[in-house]
Design a protein around this ligand. Structure first.
Ligand code: CMX
Length: 134
C-alpha cells in the first residue's frame, strides 16, 4: 500500500535560480541540498507543512533529468509515495505485472531507498516508491 505522497519532484534547468524562486514562492527556505551521484542529479528540498517538494537539476547529459528537460522542458518529473516496506511493495507491483525500473531498491536523496515504476504504465506519471532508511 502507498501510504501518502512523500514528495513531488520538479525538473529544473538551474538549481541555484530555482531555489531562489521556490524560496520566494513557498515562503520557506530550502532545508537540504544533496547530490545523488548514481543518478547524476543535484537536489534541493522544501517543506511546506507536511508537503515536500524536490527540485532536481541534471549533472550529466546521461541523467534522466537531462533527457526529460530536453524532451518535455521544466516541470513535474515524478510523484513519490511513501511505503513502509519497499521490498514488499516492489514484489506486490511485480506480481500485478508492472515494470519496475530497478530490480533492487536504490539509495536516493534525503535518506531514502527508492524504486521507479515506468510512466507508460502509470498514465504518464513517473512514480517513485520511497522508504525512509531507519
Ligand atoms: N514522466 C512522464 N513520462 C516520462 C518521464 C517522466 N518523468 N520520463 C520519460 N517519460 C516518457 C518519455 O517521454 C517517453 O514517452 P513517449 O514514448 O511518448 O515519447 C516514455 O516515457 C518512454 O521513454 P523511454 O524513451 O523509454 O525512456 P527514457 O529514456 O525517456 O527514460 C524513464 C524514461 C522513466 C525510463 C527513465 O527516466 C528512468 O529510468 N527514470 C527513473 C530514474 C530517474 O528518473 N532518476 C532521476 C530522479 C532521481 C531522484 O529522484 O533522486
Amino acid at each position: 500500500m502507498m501510504r501518502k505522497i512523500e514528495h513531488i519532484g520538479i525538473a529544473v534547468k538551474n538549481l541555484e535560480e530555482s531555489i531562489k524562486n521556490y524560496t520566494l514562492i513557498l515562503g520557506v527556505p530550502c532545508y537540504k541540498r544533496e547530490k545523488v551521484e548514481s543518478e547524476y542529479v543535484e537536489t534541493a528540498f522544501f517543506l511546506t507543512g507536511e508537503n515536500k517538494i524536490e527540485l532536481l537539476e541534471a549533472k550529466h547529459p546521461d541523467s534522466a533529468i537531462a533527457k526529460f528537460l530536453e524532451k518535455k522542458g521544466e516541470g513535474i518529473h515524478h510523484i513519490a509515495f511513501d511505503v513502509e516496506d519497499i521490498f514488499k511493495e516492489m514484489e506486490r507491483l511485480k506480481l500485478e505485472g508492472y515494470t519496475l525500473l530497478n530490480e533492487q531498491p536504490k539509495r536516493g536523496a534525503d535518506n531514502k531507498l527508492i524504486c521507479f515504476v515506468h510512466p507508460k504504465e502509470t498514465n504518464g506519471v513517473l512514480m517513485e516508491l520511497c522508504q525512509e532508511i531507519r
